[in-house]
Design a binder for this molecule. Sequence first.
Ligand code: ATP
Ligand code: MG
Ligand code: MG
Length: 557
Amino acid sequence: SSLKPTNFIHQIIEDDLKNNVHGGSVVTRFPPEPNGYLHIGHAKSICLNFGTAEKYQGACHLRFDDTNPEKESQEYIDSIISDIQWLGYEWTGEIRYTSAYFDQLYLWAVHLIKEGKAYVCDLSPEEAREYRGSFSEPGKNSPYRDRTIEENLSLFEKMKNGEFAEGECALRAKIDMAAPNMNLRDPMIYRILHTNHHQTGDKWCIYPIYDFAHGQSDAIEGITHSICTLEFEDHRPLYDWFINNLPVPAKPRQYEFSRLELNYTITSKRKLKQLVDEQIVAGWNDPRMPTISGLRRRGYTPESIRRFCDMIGVTRSNGIVDMGMLEAAIRDDLDSSAPRAMCVTQPLKVTLTNMAEGVEEWFELPAHPKDESMGMRKVGLTRNVLIEQEDFIEEKPVPKNKKDKWKRLAPGDSVRLRGAYVITCNEVIKNEAGEVIELLCTYDPATNGANPEGYKPNGVIHWVSEELSVPCEVRMYDRLFTEANPDGDKNRSFMDCLNPESLVVLKEARAETGLRDAPAESRYQFERMGYFSVDPDSSSEHLIINRTVTLRDSWSK
Ligand code: ATP
Ligand code: MG
Ligand code: MG
């Protein structure tokens, strides 16, 4: 698009650089929690954080925000690393983990206690919620709020040493139970979790809350611009409170932008996990998933995802982006980069009665109509041809206007086999059930690259030779949900609006010769059908091809 999308973060950074706010440096971070696979929403954050660092010759850290060990795993860590690399970004220095700062965070918690700014509270979670008050009502002080510093130090140490059960007590910051911002009403900063951690093993049985860990980790790493999504705007005063009340080595600042929401899908790891766990999809990288690995398997390129993130811009206003924009980004990319090929997904047998058995005739077609550098491909024709069932009709519809004219094959009519001859349908053969199972046609040898004389074919259709084509399974993917906002109605769940036709498997498909042994992830435009990509589960014995997206302009019927 010619409209330059806005990125208000870049404006802030440019001002900061001008005013030497962070000594002229720009350090960002991408801080995923390893509790699921990355999705298209994360791609926006990745492009923003890594892209900003690139633009201003700064640094961008990859930090696993691993403070909830129960929900996290090494599998998720590995998938996140490979997704970021696939998108084409590289983090600065080592991979970082919030858990690597647990010792320092513990010392800072002790620091707050010593300053009289944190206390161990024995209220149960229910009681604590009650004491917290509401938006319209101030909270009440916990009866444990006035414990002495000594008592708090000893209780916190006991917490650390595993002397309490989960939920028995927690460490809270002592701020203001009447603060209009609920996040400042003595927020919990450490809770007890007798859980093994994927990085620290059983060293800890107390873990810091996100709010206590995040800003301090930013400070440890010298992050200058800590960019997060808008739901953390209300947490910023707490972020700043910790930074201002602790002897941290730097003063990072938090900025919020609006999260990406796409229609016809969901971008919540928890809900995506439900689709995986309930086997609605084949896994996190199912091509219908809005995960990075799902998009990759669907045939999306890293460039298309980055371009999409560029197109949507970075603002503070929430809005739902049309899935069509993402689809347009991959079409744009593949239109110029994907070689053309022919594939018949639901074959109908055509016998060319005037071609001898055993004869092969080879045609040279351009791999790309607009890019000679992609070279030529060879397509072989034999007596036995397969065309798309949809490309034949016994009785042509009566056209309402010229545009509606039937452009494919019909009894007595002619069409061109793309890149080869014009054929004419002389006879229709049916089975006992009355279904068309074969067409007897003749080809016109004078029509290779030349117009037929004295008659006009209806149009051009795609085809393959039965003997020379490659059997394949084509998986026709469509949107996973039938509703634009699967999550938007309280009276139903996103599970109630799954598209029953999000996957249609066509097992009898045949692709042109050149696709034999096509490697995983090779992408094609199947002429007249759309863009397709070879599935990683594909092998030379069993070629599997995924539909990435339909063509923008479907041919008129
Ligand atoms: P989810 O709600 O899907 O679990 P999350 O925000 O909890 O997402 P994190 O792993 O914490 O997931 O996210 C890492 C980073 O990606 C955070 O900075 C977060 O703000 C950002 N992010 C997550 N979802 C989106 C989104 N839809 N649009 C933009 N950024 C996002
Ligand atoms: Mg998060
Ligand atoms: Mg989350």
